[in-house]
Design a protein around this ligand. Structure first.
Ligand SMILES: [Zn+2]
Length: 467
């Protein structure tokens, strides 16, 4: 295997300029899924990917959905019948490029610019997600050129609506469940720890989002005629919400922490060894003092602990000048980021109880739960992660760190729920890639080493999981 892997890596090295040019080609297509005027461009970007896959031996098709189409492609692989079947997921759509005046070059005229890590490509979609998809396309291309195809059976699924919340994806997965069957999903839409340190994302926080409406008097009241006699629902709501955290940042919603597993000592030590600079992290946003739970590390608070954050609060008079009113109602939006082990339905019930327990007489609360997504831990101790870590260590000369993501990646939850698939999240983006912002970029060294890493991972998966 190693001779053949060496020649595949050599093929990637020899083809680096052509790989860059292929990515630049794809980036020229303004496949902005949010804007109906770009529907034809979305189709063109899908066709571009279909044609690239067909050129390297895949049976590739454009498949309609209620929105922008998917690209589905299959390759039987050249390995033994024991090689695992991989589903590569990515998205060809991009965010709108506004505000255009902040770009140093036009967003759909990719520019190759020198940076501290060598040349980078600046364009909308450079890293999210065309550049990251291009890495595994290049790995598959090299396997095709040298070995006649990838060593594992491969299914490719590219969607065109990720940047607008994937409204058609669940229906597409459910309708094509048999065709999309695989052993694991491989997704590159996440980041490295830094340019020298590869990362596998194994924890994703979930969410419970609630709107809380508090009602008191039958109408708005004059605060001189009624103040001191009538219940003020804004005061009441502020008092209730003020009790969400205690002085140590511990969340007071009943049952909130039930089911959470503490991170292992080994994991905690690995995160501590990363030397995360919390002062710099906060300094960048004009803050100095860590918030959240006392006595827990910054990365643990971001990746492995839940939150309860008010996202909006309103009621009464909020215009210019004064208006002496006791409002009839008060409102708040509350989001809780959840971690693995928490039951979203139980957290939602806890939020209801927390508010109801504190309601003063004559107040009535309505609590609407707008979203519930569980926090998930993917594959942390699995042979997939072990094999991927080995491949990444061979490429980078240091082990990949297992990281968390403070937010969610909805496709991971959909693939699990609808196809029963776990996701291996190995991405090669960097913190300063300006995802969704003007001057989005992708380092060409990330493109190149990412392609080499994917080529190595394919060999590792095909070779079985024995060390
Ligand atoms: Zn995005």
């Amino acid at each position: 295997m190693s001779t053949s892997l060496d020649s595949i890596l050599a093929e990637i090295d020899a083809g680096a300029a052509a790989a860059r040019d292929r990515l630049v080609d794809w980036l020229r297509i303004p496949s902005i899924s949010a804007q109906p005027a770009h529907a034809a461009d979305c189709l063109r970007a899908a066709e571009w990917a279909r044609d690239r896959l067909a050129a390297i031996g895949f049976r590739a098709e454009i498949r309609p959905t209620a929105g922008h189409p998917c690209v589905v492609a299959h390759h039987p692989g050249t390995g033994s019948g024991k090689a695992p079947h991989l589903l590569f997921y990515g998205h060809y759509d991009v965010q709108p490029a506004d505000p255009l005046n902040l770009w140093t070059s036009p967003p759909f005229e990719p520019a190759i610019v020198d940076g501290p890590h060598g040349p980078r490509v600046v364009a909308r979609g450079a890293v999210d997600d065309k550049g990251q998809v291009a890495m595994w396309l290049e790995a598959l291309r090299a396997w095709h050129a040298v070995a006649g195809g990838p060593p594992c059976p491969i299914t490719v699924l590219l969607e065109g609506e990720e940047e607008v919340g994937s409204p058609s994806l669940d229906a597409f997965l459910a309708a094509n469940k048999a065709e999309l069957a695989a052993d694991v999903a491989v997704i590159s839409d996440t980041g490295m720890w830094d340019i020298a340190t590869p990362a596998i994302t194994t924890r994703l926080r979930g969410m419970v989002y609630a709107q809380i409406d508090l009602f008191a008097a039958a109408r708005d009241l004059h605060s001189g005629l009624y103040g001191g006699a009538a219940l003020n629902p804004i005061n009441a709501l502020a008092r209730i919400l003020g009790e969400l955290q205690d002085a140590n940042g511990h969340i007071q919603i009943p049952g909130f922490y039930d089911g959470i597993r503490e991170v292992s000592n080994a994991q905690a030590a690995e995160w501590a060894a990363l030397g995360f600079d919390e002062a710099a992290f906060l300094g960048e946003i004009g803050l100095k003092t860590p918030a959240g739970e006392r006595g827990r590390g910054a990365l643990e608070r971001l990746w492995a602990r839940p939150t309860a954050d008010l996202n909006g609060i309103w009621g009464g008079y909020t215009g210019e000048g004064g208006k002496t009113v006791i409002a009839a109602e008060a409102h708040a939006k509350l989001s809780c980021r959840l971690v693995p082990g928490q039951d979203p339905q139980k957290v939602a019930a806890g939020i209801r109880q927390f508010v109801t327990d504190r309601l003063p007489p004559d107040a009535r609360a309505e609590i609407a739960i707008l979203n519930t997504t569980p926090g998930i831990e993917v594959l942390a101790d699995s042979p997939w992660v072990k094999a991927a870590r080995g491949a990444l260590a061979a490429e980078y000369g240091k082990p990949a760190v297992l990281v968390g993501s403070g937010g969610s990646i909805p496709v991971v939850e959909s693939l699990k729920r609808l196809l029963g698939l776990d996701s291996l999240l190995v991405g090669f983006g960097l913190n300063d890639d300006q995802v969704h912002s003007p001057n989005e970029k992708f380092e060409l060294t990330c493109l190149h080493k990412g392609a080499r890493s994917h080529a190595r991972m394919l060999a590792a998966f095909a070779g079985g999981f024995a060390p």
